[in-house]
Structure formats: structure tokens, C-alpha cells
Design a protein around this ligand. Structure first.
Ligand code: ADP
Ligand code: MG
Length: 703
């Protein structure tokens, strides 16, 4: 398993001096770890990069100490002014040099301690921020007080780490110091010529530069140490993806080829013609499935471009080849939605479809699993529940994954295992046009089919931005629309976890709208039970209610063609792609649709640009590009992505260039040494472990 040499850095942070359970909790926060992440390890501390430095190299005389800056002063202690009795006034120690005086100021001081630290008449070196107080200078709570002969204890350049309230910088620095000394000597995994060309040092050397900077330049995001470490992380990512990809291609695949009978039935059951894009994408997928390797293909298409039908046709091909297929959606609501779309068409073609979510338990679930194992179910639709351990397929050949940003390498491997020795063909569907860089960090290589046009007959959606203080006008307009039979989504933002509210904005808006429109208004939110949610959704999609107040994107991930108006409250708080996704819930029927973006004044610049773009265009690809521009590239690699695709060291300005290099490098490495068996190969295995990309290593064993 994991090479023994790495054991010291995989130890938990608790094994470090000064780190107990309380500090561990604080470290988790400071390291921005997600709740369910493993306990912080020595390794994680090593990767916790400072964001800047405190520079103590300014060593003026007192008269030149500028208020507001960090200064290191050599002073003589003149006298101690303790506050009288119970006074809350601070304890002041007056000090001097040949040029002037300065007071060291301590609130809630321990007099005995200070007298020991700063004995009268002695020389001390103190370092901290200098302040002006009236016409005197003072230094509140110096960071360092040391005797002259111990001046080496005080670092002239000190790293500043992302912190969290309650965590002491000294504890953190001490923990990181110990972590550095636990890092074993590892063989270099990077190519020597490449390192020289880039001017990069070794892994350890780079970490030392980062944690013990000699100048701010050591921490620069464009500097050698950060770039080297960013490249390590990107190479680990690209190498892992390439290993997975190659092992799938090398593994016995299947050639899934149909006779066209079932797809023909589905096509004739469709109430419409496929668009040219849909036909093209289906042909590409079909050819890929018929090929010997294991397919990994992305189907990209804007909301409403008709991806589901394409996916269904591809599933039908698998069924023609006497195999099963499965579709996995990220949420229960979306799984249900797909089921609703697919089931009637599949039934018309003689296929058996089932829906499996986390909600299915007991008897019903057992029966379903039995029918699945017997091969009676042709298509299984559901959430990640469809890949749980006890779910066995008779002959799974094809899997569709919808909207899968949250789906990582190990899940993909688990999925492959469901297909037995021959694995499965995978189609990933997404409505968010994913930039090439993001695709690369998630997949390394994969094929892409795009749906560029929308089904004919779609009318453009009119989008308006309206300030909240004109809410009454909006409500009057909606009243008229409801009378003429329109249905409306009303979306409220989720509350931040930090906001403790008695009643959520959605509940509040729901109560408010009921005063206007009575029981035509319904509410759906995340805390509701599954069955309750279904009932509300059913009533809305069958037109029993006219206004649906909802909290998140997820709850409105539905297809109700009669819904023609969407109001998005606090639109300024939503990201562009999210707004676009939400807006795509309307404009699905024959009638003219509209979107009202309600915003709270005043609008910041970015928020304003976002709303402007929304008004100007409905082109999802354009919107995604703008989104990326407004958010900056760092977000792509940020921790907000799924755990596995997340990066921390690679968040540097020109990661794209390094990513491309790492992509090519990974291919080169595996061409030369497919099993990572050479000396460098073994060093690269360490790299994979150090960046938690080691699932890929297991494939060498299996293959
Ligand atoms: P997506 O998943 O890409 O957002 P869907 O597959 O849910 O889009 O399709 C949106 C709607 O468009 C559905 O109601 C679907 O039946 C319909 N649709 C799909 N393809 C066509 C087409 N070629 N012509 C007309 N309507 C279509
Ligand atoms: Mg869809």
C-alpha cells in the first residue's frame, strides 16, 4: 500500500507537540477543510500556505519609527507604570533610546510577568506595530520581547497564515515547524531538465521557502516555490486521471451495438423532430459505444436543449444490445424529473424503467433490486443510490451521469465495477458549458458532444431587472398574468448558515404572497420531507397552484411547460450560471416567457454586470465565459469544487499554462513507464499519495 517512507507525514496533526483536540478543531477551520474531511494530518499542515509576511527588518531608532508600521527597536527599560487599583487603564512600560521615548502598552497585564520580561534598566529588543498616541509613540502588545543575546529567536520575516478565531499563530507556526522536520527525504519526481528550465528547487526546498520565507518574494504566486508546488499538485491530478483513463481503455471494453429497433420506436413516440444537434450528438455517441474501448464522453447543452432525449436514445441502444443502462442525477428531484420524462417514452418502446432513490427502503427496495439483478429492469434512474454496494445489475453496459460536478474519480471507479469485467460506457451530461481547463482538471481527456441549438419553436425569454422597492408594480403584473392562466416560479436565496433567522426569506415571501394571491401560492424548500415536496411539485405541475415559492436551484429543477414567469429575488446574490439555470425553467412551452430579476439597492459593480449580461443574452456558453471572467480563475480550482477535484497549491494566476504542461507531462510519463515502475515512476507514486490522488495507484494492482 502506501510507501512506508511517507508514514510520518500521514500521521494526524494531533501527534504534533502543542496540538490537542481543541487545536485540531481550529486547524480544520483554518485549513478550510470540509466538515466530513479526515482529521488534519501533518501533510495538510505542510500544504497550508501563508498568504503574506510580517517583515521585522525595519530597525529604526525611536525618533524614526513611523506610526502604523512594524518596527524592531532596541530599547532600555526606563520605568513601569502600573494602573492604580482596579483601574481598567493599561499597564505601561516606558522605554527609551538615545533619540526618544516609547511606551509599551499592555491591557489586562500580568505585572509580575512583565517585570521579568522587561527588567528596569535593561536593554531589550522589541518588535511590533508602532502607534501614535497624542504626541507620544507607543507599541501595544509587542509581538516579541527578547534580550539582545537571544535576538536569533525572533524571525525577521514571519509568514502570515490564513487563521481562524482562537487559533494562536505561535501554535500554528510551531506545528508547521515540526511538520517540516517530519518530511522525509524523497526522491525527485519531476524531470530534472524541466526543473532547471523553470528554475525550480526540490519539493522540500520549496516548502521550506514557503514556510520560512526570507522575503515576500518567496511567497509570490509567480515565484519559483509556489509554482513548483502548484505544478506538483497539477501533475498529481493529471497523472491520476491519465492512469484511470488508460486503465479503462486498456481494460476489456465492450462494443455496444444495437439493431435500431427500440430507438426507432422511441423516435416515433416523440411528439417532435430531433434537432440537427441532437441527431449529431446521438450519432457520435452511438459510434463511440460501438467502438471497443470504454466510452467517456461529455454531452454539453444549454438548459432546454434536449439532452434527456439524446441520453434516452443512447440508453435504448444499450438495451438493443441486451444490456442494462442507468441514469444518475445529483438530486432526488432531478431524478424524479428524468423519470417522468423518460418513463412514458421508454414504455412506448417496450422498456422497463424503475426509479431508485435514497428514499426507497425495505420491501419495495428489495423487490426492485431483485428485478434489477434478474435483468427485468432495463433502465434504472436515480440518485447515487443506484451505485450503492448492494445494488447489483445483471448486465450494466451504459451509464448516464447528469450534472456531475460532484462526482469524483473513486465514484467513477465504483461505477466501472458495476459493469463487471467489461466496465461500462459513460456519458456525462451537463448544462454548464465547462471551460476546457476545468474539463482537464476533472477528466484529463474526454470526448465532447455539443447541443448548440435549441428545439424549434422556443420563444426568447424577456428578462428585466427590477429594484425591490418596485415590488408592488411587479405583484400587480403577476396578478394579471395569473388571471390569464400563467404559472410562476418565485425563487428566494438560501440563507447563510451564519444568519440565524426565525423565519427564512422563502417562508416570509410565501406568507406575503398568500395575502395577495391566496391559496394559489405554494412553498417548497429543502427542509421538507420527500413526499411533501413531491406533492407540492405535483400540484404545481398539474396547474392546481399558480405560484411556486422555492428556495434553491435544486427544488426548481423541474419541467413545467406552462410555467412562463420566473421571479428571482435577490438576484444580485446568485452567480451567473445559477441565474441562467434558473431562468431556463421557463421558456419551455408555446407561450412567451419572462424572467424578473428582483434586486436590492444599492448594486455593486459585479452584481450590476451580472444582471446586465442576463438581460442581454440567453446564450449559455457566453454566460459561462462571462461568469468565469467575473469570478476569476481561482474559483475553478477552489475548494468549492468536489473534494477530489479541489486544489489548494495550484491556485496561482497562470495555472492554465502549468495545467497544460502537466497534462502533456503525464502522457509522456505513462508512455515511457506505463506501470510507474522505474525509479522516477516510484517517486511519482509518492507524489500521487502526497496529493491524495492515490486511488489511481490501485489500478496498477488490479490491472
Ligand atoms: P435539458 O435536459 O437539455 O435541459 P430537456 O431534455 O429536459 O433539456 O428538454 C427540455 C424540453 O424540451 C423537454 O420538455 C423535451 O421534451 C423538449 N424537447 C427535447 N428535444 C426537443 C426537440 N427536438 N423539439 C422540441 N422539443 C424538444
Ligand atoms: Mg434536463
Amino acid at each position: 500500500m502506501r510507501p512506508a517512507i511517507l508514514t510520518p507525514v500521514f500521521a494526524t496533526a494531533q501527534s504534533l507537540e502543542g496540538v490537542g483536540p481543541r487545536v485540531v478543531d481550529l486547524l480544520k477551520k483554518a485549513l478550510r477543510q470540509s466538515q466530513d474531511a479526515h482529521e488534519p494530518r501533518v501533510l495538510d499542515l505542510l500544504k497550508h500556505c501563508p498568504t503574506g509576511v510580517v517583515d521585522r527588518s525595519f530597525r529604526p531608532q525611536i525618533k524614526d519609527a513611523t506610526p502604523g508600521v512594524i518596527a524592531t527597536l532596541q530599547i532600555r527599560v526606563l520605568k513601569h507604570n502600573a494602573p492604580p487599583g482596579k483601574s481598567r487603564a493599561p499597564y505601561r512600560v516606558i522605554c527609551e533610546d538615545e533619540t526618544g521615548r516609547i511606551a509599551l502598552v499592555f491591557f489586562r497585564a500580568n505585572a509580575r510577568y512583565l517585570q521579568k520580561q522587561l527588567p528596569m534598566g535593561e536593554i531589550r529588543v522589541v518588535s511590533g506595530r508602532v502607534e501614535q498616541y497624542g504626541d507620544a509613540l507607543q507599541m501595544p502588545h509587542p509581538d516579541y520581547i527578547v534580550p539582545l543575546d537571544e535576538i536569533d529567536r525572533m524571525p525577521l520575516i514571519e509568514p502570515v497564515y490564513p487563521m481562524t478565531a482562537g487559533l494562536s499563530p505561535k501554535v500554528l507556526v510551531h506545528a508547521i515547524d515540526q511538520s517540516l522536520s517530519r518530511l522525509p527525504d524523497l526522491d525527485e519526481w519531476q524531470d530534472g531538465a524541466w526543473l532547471r528550465q523553470q528554475g525550480w528547487g526540490g519539493f522540500r526546498e520549496s516548502l521550506v521557502h514557503i514556510h520560512k520565507p526570507e522575503s515576500a518574494a518567496d511567497l509570490s504566486l509567480n515565484g519559483a516555490p509556489r509554482r513548483r508546488l502548484a505544478y506538483d499538485e497539477l501533475l498529481a491530478n493529471q497523472l491520476a486521471l491519465a492512469i484511470v483513463r488508460r486503465s479503462m481503455q486498456a481494460a476489456p471494453g465492450r462494443s455496444v451495438e444495437g439493431n435500431g429497433e427500440i430507438t426507432k420506436k422511441i423516435l416515433s413516440a416523440l411528439p417532435f423532430e430531433l434537432t440537427r444537434s441532437q441527431k449529431g450528438a446521438f450519432e457520435e455517441i452511438k459510434a463511440d459505444m460501438a467502438g471497443k474501448g470504454r466510452m467517456l464522453r461529455l454531452l454539453q447543452g444549454d438548459v432546454g436543449s434536449g439532452k434527456t432525449v439524446v441520453a434516452l436514445l443512447a440508453m435504448a441502444v444499450a438495451n438493443e444490445a441486451s444490456a442494462q443502462s442507468a441514469l444518475m442525477a445529483p438530486t432526488e428531484v432531478l431524478a424524479r424529473q428524468h423519470y417522468k420524462t423518460i418513463e412514458p417514452l421508454a414504455v412506448a418502446a417496450g422498456l422497463e424503467v424503475a426509479l431508485l432513490t435514497g428514499r426507497d427502503k425495505g420491501r419495495g427496495r428489495r423487490d426492485m433490486l431483485e428485478r434489477l439483478e434478474d435483468g427485468k429492469i432495463d433502465i434504472l434512474i436515480g440518485t447515487h443510490a443506484i451505485f450503492q454496494e448492494d445494488v447489483a445489475y445483471k448486465n450494466l453496459a451504459f451509464v448516464v451521469i447528469d450534472e456531475q460536478h460532484r462526482f469524483g474519480v473513486h465514484q467513477r471507479l465504483a461505477l466501472q465495477a458495476k459493469g463487471g469485467a467489461q466496465g461500462v460506457e459513460t456519458l456525462v451530461m451537463t448544462a454548464t458549458p465547462i471551460p476546457r481547463t476545468l474539463l482537464m482538471t476533472h477528466y484529463g481527456d474526454l470526448e465532447v458532444s455539443k447541443l448548440l441549438e435549441k428545439p424549434a419553436g422556443r420563444k426568447p425569454i424577456t428578462t428585466r431587472a427590477v429594484a425591490l422597492d418596485r415590488l408592488d408594480d411587479v405583484l400587480q403584473g403577476l396578478g394579471r398574468a395569473i388571471e390569464s392562466g400563467a404559472q410562476i416560479y418565485w425563487v428566494c436565496p438560501l440563507v447563510e448558515e451564519s444568519e440565524v433567522l426565525r423565519i427564512t426569506p422563502a417562508e416570509e415571501r410565501y406568507a406575503h404572497l398568500r395575502q395577495y394571491f391566496g391559496d394559489k401560492v405554494a412553498l417548497v424548500h429543502g427542509q421538507m420531507k420527500g413526499e411533501e415536496k413531491d406533492e407540492v411539485m405535483r400540484a404545481f405541475s398539474e396547474g392546481e397552484t399558480a405560484v411556486l415559492v422555492a428556495t434553491t436551484v435544486i427544488e426548481v429543477g423541474v419541467d413545467v411547460p406552462n410555467a412562463t414567469i420566473i421571479v428571482i429575488e435577490h438576484a444580485e446574490r446568485f452567480g451567473l450560471s445559477q441565474l441562467h439555470q434558473l431562468r431556463g425553467r421557463v421558456g419551455r412551452g408555446e407561450r412567451q416567457s419572462s424572467c424578473i430579476l428582483l434586486y436590492d439597492k444599492p448594486l455593486g459593480n459585479t452584481a450590476k454586470s451580472r444582471l446586465d449580461i442576463m438581460r442581454r443574452t440567453e446564450d449559455g456558453f457566453l454566460i459561462a465565459e462571462e461568469d468565469l471572467r467575473l469570478r476569476g480563475g481561482g474559483e475553478i480550482l477552489g475548494a468549492r469544487q468536489s473534494g477530489e477535484a479541489s486544489f489548494n497549491l495550484a491556485e496561482i494566476p497562470d495555472f492554465k499554462e502549468l495545467l497544460e504542461a502537466a497534462h502533456d507531462d503525464a502522457a509522456l510519463i505513462l508512455n515511457r513507464d506505463p506501470g510507474l515502475k522505474s525509479d522516477r515512476g516510484r517517486a511519482l507514486r509518492n507524489l500521487l499519495y502526497l496529493f491524495d490522488r492515490d486511488e489511481a495507484v490501485l489500478l496498477f494492482r488490479a490491472g
